[in-house]
Design a protein around this ligand. Sequence first.
Ligand SMILES: [Zn+2]
Length: 101
Amino acid sequence: MVMTCENCRCSLKFGQAVMHTFLLHSTKVCPNCGARQYPTRKSQQRSIMLSLTAFLFFLFIVEAFEVRLVYSLIFAGFILFVTAVINPLFIQLSNEEESMW
Ligand SMILES: [Zn+2]
């Protein structure tokens, strides 16, 4: 189950959730009831941690194996894709906007 609207309890389709991640929208509009939904502070922190981990993992692999530029770009694309797919699984939505920290 991904990104459930707190207002009407319907969940976003996985594809929509992934698109939101790609577009880096912090505000989501529920496709069912039209209510604005915001990621909770906890899930914002989790998605930052996820991106950071992915980035460090990328740096480690590229450095450790001295990956060529072309391959590291492909690898970066792959990491970005995986992160965008995993990210929505960690996001919880709330009716109220919370600041990041
Ligand atoms: Zn809704």
